[in-house]
Design a protein around this ligand. Structure first.
Ligand code: DHK
Length: 159
């Protein structure tokens, strides 16, 4: 088959939304900091935001670092981008950082709280400089902003 007759690969239409440790407890976890929205509420928010752009979301939440790395690797073949709240692994995980770098997909780091207004150990992120954008302190809306950004970034692009 000549190059001219090779059909174009179908455009990717799915964003991977990754949530790390303890985010399964949203809704009841320190609501004065994290609010009362559950992880299910946030996933519905993400799905609605993606749908408005003609996109879909895949979701993963795990309390285990390796499971998050595996999920990021799987995105390489099927996702157009990654939204990631790695929870506490944000501040500790070279492995998650390296996974984001390795898959070469645009990623957005999200935090529900403003980590820069919290304890000093939350001010450093291993992920920020390998992500295209960082959103912190906007609550669950941060996930929606991240999806809007990725949709705009990848519009008309077969990533
Ligand atoms: C969530 C966590 O679980 C913390 O470990 C981070 C982040 C902040 C958030 O604000 O969503 O430090």
């Amino acid at each position: 088959m000549t190059e001219a007759t090779v059909p174009p690969a179908p455009a990717r239409s799915s964003i991977l939304v990754v949530n790390g440790p303890n985010l399964n407890l949203l809704g009841t976890r320190e609501p004065e900091k994290y609010g009362t929205a559950t992880l299910g509420d946030i996933e519905r928010l993400c799905a609605g935001a993606a749908d408005a752009h003609g996109l879909e979301c895949d979701f993963v939440q795990s309390n285990h670092e390796g499971a998050l790395v595996d999920a990021i690797h799987e995105a390489r073949q099927k996702s157009l981008g990654i939204v990631i709240n790695a929870g506490a692994y944000t501040h500790t995980s070279v492995a998650i950082r390296d996974a984001i770098s390795a898959v070469e997909l645009p990623a957005v780091e999200v935090h529900i709280t403003n980590v820069h207004a919290r304890e000093p150990f939350r001010h450093h992120s291993y992920l920020s400089d390998v992500c295209r954008a960082v959103i912190a302190g906007a609550g669950p809306l941060g996930y929606r902003f991240a999806i809007d950004y990725l949709a705009e970034l990848t519009r008309d692009r077969n990533v």
